[in-house]
Design a protein around this ligand. Structure first.
Ligand SMILES: *Cc1c(COP(=O)(O)O)cnc(C)c1O
Length: 714
């Protein structure tokens, strides 16, 4: 296929390295004077070889570089080739499972002039990611083409089952039982067992696999091969199945390895039909791209017709315009539904999401749950509070972060906030400490980290655990640490409007094994799953996340870094465009941290702009720019729930047990919260999101500027 592809344009000699051994050998011998260099996924540490090291050598100047695979090497190779102005063709673009490494994979896929994809699904995926349509060619199944080009293969004497497991996650999930089950399955079906081995030459592996009676795998490549050769294929991880092959019946998914023997027997009874590759238009495409490069060497095909009509509505997080959903979520959801297991105790998606989120955040345990309020509840419950214990928190937050405190029989005690950031500080927390204080909750409001150095020191000094409410602060950091890893335990929310979303959803994170265990139990009716003698150990609810949420979460996570990066760009752009306006303070990073811009919250000085935040916000709304002056309108202690609080709304215990119950008047007086009162008076919250493009930023900036001008002019 590759040869045909290039031969269609001009004669080329090609060097193709499929394995690191082949590559090192060629390096030792001196590479042939070739015109195209193809490097497949190299299989061990040598892939860390610096592509630039050899590509910059004078003795190798390939005008065309073709890359396959998604590893570090493929990316580096494509980048170096670009720098050298070589034509980069990327084979099997878009063919990825949406795991945590997806960002890396996307980088590799995007670094090409021509993208050769196997199916329309992959084409759609690249389009969604912003790759230009003109550069994508559907070349059909590459594996099929390679198989067709291989010499005939003798049929081996004994029928065999070929097992190729590529992902460490599969091994981790199934452990030693995997090989035992494979053995059992092969025996059950009267087959001998052959396993792919990392070290063996690719050619030899391909031959063995091609003559298999059944292939068991978690790799996309082997699913391709099975479909091309008409070999029944069983996929171990539902989340890793090629859904387009699933729908054609070429691939069967199993959820539990104990199902393997039956699946193998069934597969052999109903052998798959080979899926023939559609004819390729790649040759034409390559010719066009080469022609274009010859004509205008440095003009890149910018998407001019992408401009937004003036006055077009702004992307909103309430629907698809302001969210990052695409085929990935749909594919994962399909796989979840097809698996027939929609609860997390037996499914794989929630589990996978938990692993990948923990890896993304850099914490030991991430435990998914039903929503952000549940996550806060779990975090608080895991601290083992007693009736009447006090928990210091902020009056400017989501009610879902406060109610759980009552449910644990504790008393929410409000610390004032810094009027500039609306975040609690070590000073305001310290002012509320009593001998009944048992925990501190910090909310990184709008994505701006609290001043954690001092707060952590205060917590240490008084031996108080810190709970981070990071619902609004995915991707934010303080010092060297990610927000969510600094306190004892952290809660995130996946509600519709957060950085990434599953509609409703939550995550609890901690490095503490004991806390993690209690959180797990609290989510699971305190049933000791996996214990020798499980029981219900204490009162707890069902706070589980479903597999449907888990599937969407798995597809959302790989997008998170870009979501945060994009929001930061938009925030910087807005602040720069409007930096000359007097009387407004734009949001900033703390001295030692990074904001992640859940919202773009700025402060309006009433002395300069008459009517302050409310007046400015009203004018912006008139101009069609959604915003929230005063954010939550009033501090939590002024909500009915707290004003009329003489005993706990959940039990009458807390105030009986707590001296605050004897106090005259309201528990929390407005006069003691000057920061909260003035902070809310000044703030306007703009709901920016990652789908804003430059024109949207201009629309918003113009609306702010005009409102500002109108107010100044009276
Ligand atoms: C969204 C949010 C919550 C609650 O999350 P839900 O998923 O809506 O229950 C808690 N705390 C903060 C700071 C939030 O922004």
């Amino acid at each position: 296929m590759v040869r045909a592809l290039l031969a269609a344009t001009h004669e080329v000699r090609i060097a193709w390295f499929g394995t690191s051994a082949e590559f090192s050998q060629a390096l030792a011998l001196g590479l042939p004077d070739c015109e195209a260099l193809i490097v497949g996924e190299l299989d061990d540490d040598s892939r860390l070889l610096q592509a630039s090291e050899f590509l910059n050598d004078d003795w190798l100047h390939c005008p065309t570089v073709i890359t396959i695979g998604h590893d570090v090497f493929a990316t580096a190779l494509a980048e170096t080739a670009h720098e050298r102005d070589a034509l980069v063709i990327r084979l099997a673009s878009g063919e990825r499972v949406g795991d945590a490494r997806d960002r890396q994979r996307r980088l590799a896929d995007h670094a090409a002039d021509i993208h050769c994809v196997a199916s329309d699904a992959h084409r759609q995926q690249l389009l969604q990611e912003g790759v230009a349509d003109q550069s994508i060619a559907i070349v059909g199944c590459l594996t099929a083409a390679v198989l067709a080009a291989m010499p005939a293969i003798e049929t081996p004497e004994t029928a065999h089952m070929w097992v190729a497991i590529e992902h460490a996650q599969t091994l981790a999930a199934h452990g030693d039982a995997l090989l035992e089950q494979c053995d059992a399955a092969a025996e059950h079906a009267g087959l001998s067992l052959l396993c792919a081995s990392k070290g063996a030459p690719a050619e030899q592996q391909l031959r063995s696999a091609r003559t298999a009676s059944v292939i068991v795998t978690d790799s996309l490549g082997y699913q391709d091969l099975a479909a091309a050769a008409g070999i029944p294929c069983i996929v171990m991880a539902p989340a890793g199945a090629r859904w387009d092959l699933l729908t054609t019946g070429a691939v069967t998914v199993i959820d539990r390895i104990s199902e393997l023997p039956q699946a193998v027997v069934r597969g052999r009874k109903h052998p798959a039909v080979a899926i023939v590759a559609p004819p390729s238009d790649a040759g034409d495409l390559v010719r066009q791209v080469i022609d274009k490069r010859a004509k205008s060497p440095d003009e890149s095909p910018e998407d001019e017709d992408d401009a937004i009509a003036p006055g077009a509505p702004l992307p909103t997080e309430a629907n698809a315009t302001g969210r990052t959903f695409d085929d990935a979520e749909i594919r994962f959801l399909q796989a979840a539904v097809r698996s027939g297991t929609l609860n997390s105790t037996r499914g794989t998606f929630v589990n996978r999401f938990e692993r990948e989120f923990a890896e993304w955040l850099g914490c030991k345990h991430a435990i998914a749950c039903a929503n952000g309020s549940a996550a806060v509840h779990c975090a608080i419950a895991a601290l083992g509070l007693q009736a009447g214990d006090e928990v210091i928190t902020t009056p400017i937050t989501d009610m879902g972060a406060l109610t759980p405190i009552f449910y644990e029989g504790a008393v929410a005690v409000f610390a004032d906030v810094d009027p500039e950031t609306l975040n609690v500080t070590a000073e305001t927390i310290e002012a509320q400490l009593t001998d009944r204080t048992r925990a501190i909750i910090v909310t990184h409001l709008f994505g701006r980290p609290c001043e954690m150095d001092k707060i952590v020191a205060l917590g240490k000094q008084h031996d108080l655990p810190i709970v981070e409410d990071a619902a609004q602060a995915f991707g934010a950091s303080y010092g060297d640490a990610a927000i969510g890893t600094i306190g004892k335990v952290a809660a995130f929310s996946l509600q519709q409007g957060k950085h990434i979303t599953t509609g409703e959803g939550g995550i609890v994170c901690t490095d503490d094994d004991e806390i993690a265990r209690r959180v797990f139990l609290f989510i699971n009716k305190a049933w000791g799953y996996g214990d020798k003698k499980p029981d219900h150990y204490f009162p707890a609810l069902n706070y589980r996340m479903t597999e449907l949420q888990g599937a969407v979460a798995c597809a959302q996570l790989p997008k998170l870094d870009e979501v945060v990066a994009h929001r930061r760009m938009i925030a910087a752009d807005l602040a720069t465009k409007l930096s000359d306006l007097n009387g407004i303070a734009w949001p900033t990073d703390p001295a030692n941290g990074r904001h992640s811009y859940w919202k773009f919250a700025f402060r309006v000085d009433e002395k300069v702009l008459k009517g302050g935040a409310v007046a400015l916000g009203a004018r912006m709304r008139e101009a069609g720019v959604a915003c929230m002056p005063r954010y939550v309108q009033k501090p939590a202690f002024e909500c009915q729930l707290f004003v009329e609080w003489r005993k706990s709304p959940v039990t009458s215990l807390p105030l009986l047990q707590n001296p605050r119950g004897q106090q005259e008047g309201a528990l929390f007086e407005r006069g003691n919260y000057p920061g909260s009162i003035s902070g809310l008076e000044q703030v306007v919250v703009l709901p920016i999101n990652e789908c804003y493009r430059p024109d949207h930023v201009v629309t918003v900036a113009n609306a702010v500027r005009k409102a500002h001008e109108d107010i100044l002019n009276g």
